[in-house]
Design a protein around this ligand. Sequence first.
Ligand SMILES: [Zn+2]
Ligand SMILES: [Zn+2]
Length: 195
Amino acid sequence: MQFRYFAAPPDEMSGLCPEELSCSLCGTVGPCFRLEYAICPELTDQQKEDAVGCFDCLRKGRFEFWHDTEIGLLDENGLTHVYKHNKQPPPEFPESSLVELRRTPRMITWQQGLWLVHCNDFMTYLGTWDPKDFYANAEAGDGRSLFFDMTEPEYQHLWDASIREGENRLESWQAEYYAFRCNHCGKLRGNWDCD
Ligand SMILES: [Zn+2]
Ligand SMILES: [Zn+2]
């Protein structure tokens, strides 16, 4: 199943049931999402508690997901809850991008994950990255430089704070780092949370 904005493995999709189930909307048996927190006008809130929906119904919009994004909360009404801390007014996203992101699985995060934005569009979620992923994706293997390039200044302390004394290469950290790529210019960005 291809998503424009979600390139991470299925086990990083929030609410995806481990077993194959019968879709509450179309009856097809296969991988399904729990609909408890989904947007689904066909079902009442009570019906949604026990309902599941398949990938096909998500792509067709029979149910959708709200997403917390860098600009604001995307829900069935669009980007209506724009965050006040944004200094810039929200760029005019095409309606098709809003629809596309609502028909995209939510990512699994420890806390509230923000969907990042670049080139006036939502970025594609690549999945969680460990230090080794930065080394593997960096030019000349300079993972630390790539991390600093991808990460906003207020979150950059993670790398150096995670290095143990006497270690040259960072092996692990106590955080989940969420990596994104811009579909337009290829820019990589990411954010993280820790417990
Ligand atoms: Zn279905
Ligand atoms: Zn870009």
